[in-house]
Design a protein around this ligand. Sequence first.
Ligand SMILES: [Ca+2]
Length: 91
Amino acid sequence: MESAIKTLVTTFISASKGKENMDTKSFQKMVSSQLSNTMQDTDSSSAIKEMQRGLDANNDGKVSFQEYLTLIGYLANSISQNKTGSPSEAS
Ligand SMILES: [Ca+2]
């Protein structure tokens, strides 16, 4: 689990090139290269932009580490639901 957490951190740092935020281009690249097996529509830049807007809690047009963790939490939740077969409780 520690290695998984380290991967989450290094993936963000690598995608943001060491900055505090990923810009739209970096985010798109990260999603299409890292999450294509988990997420649908990773080939669609408009779908990724839509997702980025949903994550962008402070509306600065970039994805901070905190906002990135929101995405990870969402993905972890959906994987968990797929594995346990429980219905989605997310609204
Ligand atoms: Ca933001």
